[in-house]
Design a protein around this ligand. Sequence first.
Ligand SMILES: [Zn+2]
Length: 270
Amino acid sequence: MPELPEVETIRRVLYPQILGASIEKIEVLESRLRSPIPANLPSLLRHRRVVELQRHGKYLFFILDQDWVWLQHLGMTGKIFLQAPEDKPEQHLIFSMGLDNGLSLRYHDARRFGYLKIASEKEIHAALHLGPDSLLANPDLSFWKELKQRHVKSIKSVLMDQSLIAGIGNIYANEILACAGIHPQRSLAEIDESSLSRLKRSIRKVLLEAIRFQGSSVSDYYVSAGKKGRFQERFLVYSRDGAPCRTCATKIVAVKEHGRNSFFCPRCQR
Ligand SMILES: [Zn+2]
């Protein structure tokens, strides 16, 4: 599933070509996403200009003129590309938007868990219940100390709870905890202040480095048509069970919890 670094990479790729463009021709080929695409999507978006493209957590916010926002979540397998109209669309094309700059913005989604909503900015933020963005907000130590008072659950499940802190999923929760030297099953409540400081620094370090390598192409994620991210080559622990730890050569262990794998070095992560 695309997480913060993948969504931020897509935002940076789209940004220079979509800013200021007006949406002209909207074709919906498949309306069954996580919730159905509204039947009036073409009339809602036609002649709307993209004035800004923002991101919060794993969501893209296409800010349109006249106070409209098109919110897009990529679900498990969503891919969004800007292409020339003559380029052959990929499989599982959901919708295509012809822009006045001659390009087509195309959304593909094999498993159709993606989500789209058109509303005012205020309505969208009220509906989402997202915690601060884990990169842009750069939550400080007092944020973590305050969370620690309220949460006894594992540090990994706190990192992945979008209502507490937005943008981190299973891949980056594993990588951040490996970078910080914290065992994924530890309760947030029992983590001391120096570990919290390491956690805070590791969030920033891992997310920024993943963006630098254009995200992790472990399943369906592509930066643009045919182009993969490269951060998966640098994983410390994710999907590396049985392989040697990059620091101490101990074998990386995988443990399944709530249907999700946690990967860690039993020696470096306490
Ligand atoms: Zn190790």
